[in-house]
Write a protein that binds this ligand. Structure first.
Ligand code: FAD
Length: 317
């Protein structure tokens, strides 16, 4: 089932969460365990993240240095398909502009269609560790709006090869990312909103937000979306803090603000266990207020930690 239909047909706020493909060399047991811990709460769909390839330089036995391209977390498509078949829950694999030509992106979409998956979250991705700016692949998409357009074109059977005879249309429900506190590369909120609108005008069906810890950022963001003429559902993404280091790591990686009250509480914590209690309670209060405002779905960034997520869901639904 398509996420947009799940949201439109729902009687109350839906619940969804995301899982990461395991690191190369590991099996998917930990992912299945996360899902099995949460499955009783009837998640309406599950997102599966994707991770672009990285360039690493390895010293060989003879002392020479070899450049290698590795993908630390491979297998998004296969994992998404296995989850959908194993649990009967619709999946939303993430797909990126980065690391793929348009032809390779099309191949991923063809594979997803064969596997019975009709939802995707269309993202640009980030530059590599040593790159300050994002670079697209040769003949790849540069912005998520271009990726959305490519996926939408397939709805009318427009493939990359125009000589195909009677090509079958592929119909995906498309989510895109939104940033209540602004994407870090955008010069200001207005430009970021214009670029978000491009993704919706290109045909995206709904928006999922970057994590935020102050619900006012989400409510203001939705107001700004509506003022800009964006009418699609805006799904809030929330995350529970579970370690002390996240006090500095989350703002740095995701370029988001932590409210002073939350910082004060976390600074009193002596251990990660204490931080987990504070982080979970904060997320519960956030989630309760969002659900009271009838948000379309509550999307939880579990990052494999199902125990805290379970506490939020138990407290809220
Ligand atoms: P875009 O929408 O392309 O925007 C990127 C920047 O370019 C913004 O500053 C925007 O304002 C600007 N921009 C857009 N269009 C134009 C234009 N036409 N001209 C000029 N500027 C423009 N990353 C992963 O690698 N894997 C994942 O699985 C993943 N999942 C995510 C899930 C969610 C819900 C979110 C919020 C983010 C996720 N990310 C993931 C991170 C995402 O890839 C990065 O935040 C990335 O930097 C931007 O992606 P985007 O799709 O928002 O890009």
């Amino acid at each position: 089932m398509k996420v947009i239909d799940i949201i439109k047909n729902r009687k109350k706020t839906a619940f969804s969460f995301e899982v990461l493909p395991p690191l190369r060399g590991k099996n998917a047991d930990s992912v299945y365990k996360t899902i099995e811990n949460l499955v009783d709460f009837k998640p309406e769909y599950i997102n599966v993240t994707t991770h672009s390839q990285e360039v690493v330089f390895k010293e060989m036995e003879d002392g020479s240095i070899r450049k290698q391209i590795i993908r630390k977390r491979p297998g998004t498509v296969a994992l998404a398909a296995s989850i959908q078949y194993k649990y009967g829950i619709p999946v939303v694999p993430h797909i990126l502009c980065g690391g793929s030509s348009r032809e390779e992106t099309e191949q991923i979409l063809v594979d997803l269609n064969f596997l019975g998956i009709n939802n995707v979250l269309a993202l640009r991705g980030d530059g590599g560790k040593n790159e300050t700016i994002f670079k697209s692949s040769p003949n790849g998409n540069t912005h998520a709006s271009e990726l959305v357009k490519q996926i939408v074109d397939l709805r009318s059977g427009k493939y990359q090869d125009p000589s195909l005879k009677s090509p079958v249309p592929l119909d995906f429900c498309i989510g895109v990312a939104g940033y209540p506190e602004k994407h870090f590369e955008a010069p200001n909120l207005e430009e970021d909103m214009k670029n978000l609108k491009c993704k919706i005008d290109a045909g995206a069906d709904y928006i999922v937000t970057q994590m935020f810890f102050n619900n006012k950022s989400y409510f203001d963001f939705v107001d700004r979306c509506r003022a800009a003429g964006i009418t699609v559902p805006v799904i809030p993404g929330i995350k529970q803090i579970s370690t002390l280091s996240q006090l500095t790591v989350l703002p740095k990686i995701f370029r988001i603000d932590l409210p002073q009250d939350l910082v004060n509480e976390l600074e009193k914590c002596k251990s990660n266990d204490d931080a987990k209690v504070v982080g979970t309670e904060w997320a519960i209060q956030q989630a309760k207020e969002l659900v009271a405002h009838h948000v379309p779905s509550l999307h939880i960034y579990t990052k494999g930690r199902s125990d805290n997520t379970k506490k939020i869901i138990e407290a809220v639904f």
